[in-house]
Design a binder for this molecule. Structure first.
Ligand SMILES: Nc1ncnc2c1ncn2[C@@H]1O[C@H](COP(=O)(O)OP(=O)(O)OP(=O)(O)O)[C@@H](O)[C@H]1O
Ligand SMILES: [Mg+2]
Length: 375
């Protein structure tokens, strides 16, 4: 198994501003398939800090959902965690999630760490009224007090701006997509978890409902203080909600940094590719470019850097050696700006000069626009 630079569970470099509620170290996940092993997550390490939103971005098939599911041990049967550690911390206790027993794991899920799934609109049981679903799930967690549970459910449904009494009496099909998404959000928060994982929370919603959910999430997070792992291929959503961003490619984090670092000073050619593929909010005439080539076959990955077949900066070294996530500043590779690229500085300079040239030509640059990142 490949060694990562980080072997300890302690934050590296300068002390992180907040303690880590979740530390993932050198996590490897694969799926068994007929053709061989699908290397879906390959040596991922990161910290989720208290109260922060960390966005995991990357194109389809890069391993985002697999990583999120692995953290809660909700993977499909065909998946196997090949190695690594997932450490969860609360009130000075540290728990190794990967070695929790079934009963402990049930308690961990939902009450400590809740997830709103991708395609969440189908996640509600169609034959149960909303209240019955909430109560059944709460009872399974040992929350047997019906009245207290109902009060909490009403409070949260009101917080997500729903007519709580009506919603509790409704079947899922009686609610719109946006309403169901809010119900799921409220349900996820019922047991006051410290971590909320959101997998593509707004992808299936219209733009106004998306807006409402984003505002709501921001408010709830501020109020309740949980940490969010936001999985999305929507860069504008990440820019809007995240404090830090991790770019994922072929099962690995290839760049990590604050939202400003990732959007204004990208150092990995894949992050640059993603940024160039997104229209600016201000509109304008900047030509959009797709990332050339297609995502790699995770069963037969190329040697060296997995991005090299698509990379305009690739040199001989990239064909042979895969770079790990290398720190770009003194904050270290887990809490500072880091990129898994041998030529990160060359990439960053090329991006900056392209931005400069576009600015001179009067075109909107990078993520520039009235509200990008919108804060
Ligand atoms: N149950 C499964 N069995 C076999 N392979 C799987 C399974 N689930 C996912 N994979 C494969 O693992 C890889 C990573 O998939 P994953 O769903 O984690 O990607 P993702 O980044 O979440 O993509 P998307 O943005 O489309 O949701 C893909 O190649 C996918 O085909
Ligand atoms: Mg996914």
């Amino acid at each position: 198994m490949q060694q990562t630079k980080q072997q300890t569970t302690q934050p590296d470099g300068a002390a992180a501003a907040q303690p880590a509620v979740l530390s993932v170290r050198d996590l490897w996940v694969e799926y068994r398939a007929r053709r061989g092993a699908v290397q879906a997550v390959r040596g991922v390490s990161f910290d989720l800090l208290k109260g922060e939103t960390l966005a995991l971005i990357g194109e389809s098939g890069s391993g985002k959902t697999t990583l999120a599911l692995a953290l809660m041990r909700l993977l499909a049967r065909s998946a196997r965690i090949r190695g690594g550690r997932v450490l969860y911390r609360r009130d000075g206790r540290e728990v190794d999630v990967l070695s929790l027993k079934p009963g402990e794991l049930r308690r961990f899920r939902w009450s400590e760490c809740a997830i709103v799934f991708q395609s969440a609109l189908n996640a509600l049981n169609p034959v149960l009224k909303v209240w019955d679903q909430i109560f059944d799930a709460a009872a399974a967690h040992g929350m047997g007090n019906r009245q207290a549970m109902r009060r909490r459910a009403i409070e949260l449904l009101q917080r997500v701006q729903l007519d709580a009494e009506r919603v509790l009496r409704s079947y899922p099909h009686e609610l719109s997509g946006g309403m169901r998404q809010r119900v799921l959000l409220a349900m996820a928060l019922v047991l006051n978890p410290q971590i909320l994982i959101l997998d593509e929370p707004t992808t299936a919603l219209d733009i106004l409902t998306q807006r409402a959910i984003i505002d709501l999430l921001r408010e709830l997070k501020q109020e309740l203080g949980f940490s969010v792992l936001l999985v999305s291929h929507d860069l504008s959503l990440a820019a809007e909600l995240a404090d830090r961003v991790a770019t994922m490619y072929a099962g690995r984090i290839v760049e990590l940094g604050t939202v400003e670092e990732i959007f204004y000073q990208p150092h990995h050619p894949y992050t640059v590719g993603l940024l160039k593929a997104v229209p600016t909010l201000a509109g304008g005439f900047r030509p959009l470019e797709s990332v050339r080539g297609s995502p790699p076959d995770l069963i037969a990955l190329p040697p060296g850097c997995k991005f090299h077949p698509r990379c305009p900066f690739a040199e001989q070294r990239c064909l042979q050696e895969e770079p790990e996530l290398l720190a770009l500043d003194t904050r270290g590779s887990l809490h500072g700006h880091a990129a898994a690229c041998w030529y990160a500085e060359v990439v960053a300079k090329a991006w900056q000069s392209e931005q400069g040239a576009q600015k001179e030509a009067g075109a909107p640059t990078g993520m520039e626009g009235e509200a990008w990142p919108p804060r």
